[in-house]
Design a protein around this ligand. Structure first.
Ligand code: SF4
Length: 331
């Protein structure tokens, strides 16, 4: 959804944009000025089954929308649009493509934000966007900002203290770089005035505890554990105050792109060329490019199929710390 916002902004210049979204994705679009309305499609609960699909279709039809841009390409969303009497435009690789009135080539060599943005292009025209047009946008609200302010105040963060965000989690185990604690330990001496804040889901708390322990061992300032405490927009609000984010190939990378937070991104079993690299102005990607087994899957798996997991284990904490300093200094 975050990478869809450049397409939404483009379409909003021509007319109202109504977005059909899951409950989680709907929350991400709160306050977004380019979105006229969000139609929540809770396909697993309130809108389960064909009756739920029809109910949502009635709400979509009521918006008067004429074209549906199928960022999410399932057959179910295509049926939804057709039930609402809306023409569909989507990728020629999507499961629901048989129901589309126009199919657009899925360019594997493009960033995914560019692919989505190009859905709205005249097929005969050049469709490449300028980098600025591709940066996603999110709009945390006043409550998100207040929450972050309270969190930082409780941790004793001063106005000029540089915040370094670490996002050590990922749904996929092979995407989780295993050396965030060693990095945090190095940053104690490299950025002595910095404060480390860990962001992520509640399940990432053990990773935050390991980072906190490493910093404590080196006598650094206490780590701020924000895991499980912030919504996605709250995390975006926090990232907007950070000097740099270190992240795996996971959701915080895209939050940082939306807030233009300088980013050091660690890619292991996946590669940025798949279309999901950082889009912040200042960013650096680290990965073991010499490994011929990369990439080994579309999303990263739960275990390395070769057993050695060198794509992540061989990325050293010192090489990441160097890039943290470099990306910060470039500002
Ligand atoms: S096969 Fe290679 S790219 Fe895949 S997880 Fe193992 S080391 Fe990483």
């Amino acid at each position: 959804m975050i990478l869809t916002t450049p397409l939404i902004e483009r379409l909003a210049r021509e007319g109202e944009v109504h977005v059909v979204a899951t409950p989680a994705n709907a929350a991400v679009l709160a306050n977004h000025p380019a979105v006229a309305s969000v139609i929540v499609y809770d396909k697993r609960n309130a809108d389960a089954g064909f009756a739920g699909l029809r109910r949502v279709a009635v709400r979509l039809r009521a918006t008067g929308a004429g074209t549906a841009y199928m960022a999410q390409g399932s057959w179910r969303t295509a049926v939804l649009a057709r039930l609402a009497g809306v023409e569909c435009v989507g990728f020629d690789t999507s499961a629901g493509r048989w129901l589309y009135s126009r199919r657009v080539g899925y360019r594997k060599d493009w960033h995914h934000a560019q692919r989505l943005w190009a859905l709205a292009s005249d097929p005969r025209a050049a469709a490449v966007a300028a980098p600025m047009q591709l940066r996603p946008s999110l709009y945390p609200g006043a409550a998100d900002d207040a929450h972050v302010t309270a969190l930082l105040a409780a941790a004793g963060v001063g106005a000029g203290d540089p915040l370094i965000a670490l996002a050590p989690g990922s749904v996929w185990a092979t995407k989780r770089w295993p050396s965030y604690d060693a990095l945090a330990s190095e940053l104690v001496s490299r950025v002595p005035d910095g404060r480390i804040v860990v962001i992520g889901a509640g399940g990432d708390a053990p990773l935050a505890a390991a980072i906190s322990g490493a910093v404590q061992h080196r006598g650094g300032s206490p780590v701020i554990d924000a895991t499980g405490q912030l919504s996605l927009l709250g995390s975006a609000a926090l990232l907007s105050r950070c000097a740099v984010l270190v992240t795996n190939d996971s959701a915080p990378l895209h939050l940082a792109s939306a807030m233009n937070t300088p980013t050091v991104a660690l890619f292991g079993p996946t590669v940025p060329a798949m279309g999901f690299g950082p889009l912040a102005e200042r960013q650096h990607v680290l990965g073991r490019e010499e490994l011929t087994c990369r990439p080994c899957s579309a999303h990263g798996g739960l275990a390395c199929p070769l057993g050695h997991w060198r794509c992540m284990r061989d990325v050293s904490a010192s090489s990441v710390a160097e890039q943290v300093e470099r990306v910060r200094r470039a500002g």
